[in-house]
Ligand binder design. Sequence first.
Ligand SMILES: *[C@@H]1O[C@H](CO)[C@@H](O)[C@H](O)[C@H]1NC(C)=O
Length: 492
Amino acid sequence: MRASTLLAGLASAAVVLASDVVDLTKSGQAGFEDFVQDSSLALVEFYAPWCGHCKALAPHYEEAATILKKDNIPIAKIDCTEAQDVCSGQGVNGYPTLKVFRNGVAADYAGTRKTDGIVSYMKKQSLPAVSDVTAANHDEFKSADKVVLIAYVDESDSKTQEAFKTFANQHRDDYLFGLSTDAATHSAANVKPPQVVMYKSFDEGRNDLEGSISEDSLFDFAKEHSVPLLDEISPDNFATYAEAGIPLAYIFVPSNDAKRDEIVDAIKPVAREHKGKLNFVWIDSNKFADHAKSLNLQEPKWPAFAIQSIQDMTKFPLDQSKDVSHDNVAAFVKDFVAGKIKPSIKSQKAPTQDGPVFVLVADEFDQVTNGDKDILVEFYAPWCGHCKKLAPIYDTLGEEFSNVKDKLVIAKFDATENDVPSSAGFRVTGFPTLKFKAAGTDEWISYEGDRSLESLREFLETNATNDILSPDDAEAELEGETEVKSGRHDEL
Ligand SMILES: *[C@@H]1O[C@H](CO)[C@@H](O)[C@H](O)[C@H]1NC(C)=O
């Protein structure tokens, strides 16, 4: 018994010893402070042992720590179930939380949770925003990351140097930047200053920006060339595409499909033709079938193709009876760019209304909400617990105002089966979402009150344009005793 406990202890000690991740769990507040104060640069993970994302990160974190050790960048972790004071002091409210510390000053870590992403992010943090590039380090530097930007500028050209440095400071998390003012390097790189070259580990490998170089031209240049022509999209790189400000075209295909490369390669010429106007990606349709569904594609007809305009919240699925072939996609994208394709709006069929609450569907959204009635809409999902809890209260609310149906609509909208039309001007991101539009206005206001019958009623009575007091209420109001008579305000 003793021996085996001892062995187990030794075994786990061995595991701990083999790790290059510094474990700060037992260091206490003071030990943690010392560590971050003493590090000119360090990465700290705040985690909980039960957290799934933390477990998924662990092997990557270990590997990154080993690689970064050579650059003297310490990587640490701290178990928040044990070191609660340290974590609450750092405002940690989710796991894992990753923070970059520079001599005690924290910043959010904004890289991916994969080994190479962590390594690349921390290396960039360790460098000045712009590194000095000379003949000696030129070859090494231009392949030091996935995307490297080197400016070749004459020593005397301070204007271009300033523009490049300003841009680099703003984008130090995105790319690696180098500056060379050395004539020998210029001729070795085959450039004519001022010139900026993007060296990248994918697609054509190199892009050139010549002529006048400003922050604006650098921005456009980097945006156009830093995204691979047709990469796989996943939660790791989704933000890059979301922020690109141009529509995103997806090929949905199972990642284990034997023909995957063939299907994806066939679309590459279309992607090349529309580079800078649309981004193209492929996505694992097995893993992200829900995303396909949200673009109004149906499972399991893969491969499938759809375009999403993230800005306008609109989506354009390619008819799934068509093959995802070069010709079909090329024709579809051409029509899309020409504005000939209408966004797809998912909608249930308009039902017969026989309940206390009006069942609103996407097809009728504009017609019902643009009338001369006040309207309250609950956007819900059938699986959402808070929505289920609200349902009986909401039904009662509908019943209470059933005698003023010509003035006020109490409606519900199943947002999993219907798209909120872009004409609404808002996006529903959580359930339930309650929105109100007063008759004669164009503006939806959010209901932020508690979800009690009393608060909902009061909100409607105060904010409705129409006179929606029921005859009972009106009578009571005259007598100045609404509260007592209706017996509604029996709180506490
Ligand atoms: C009426 O609507 C506004 C939001 O526009 C809200 O702040 C206010 O609380 C509402 N009135 C009541 C009584 O809920």
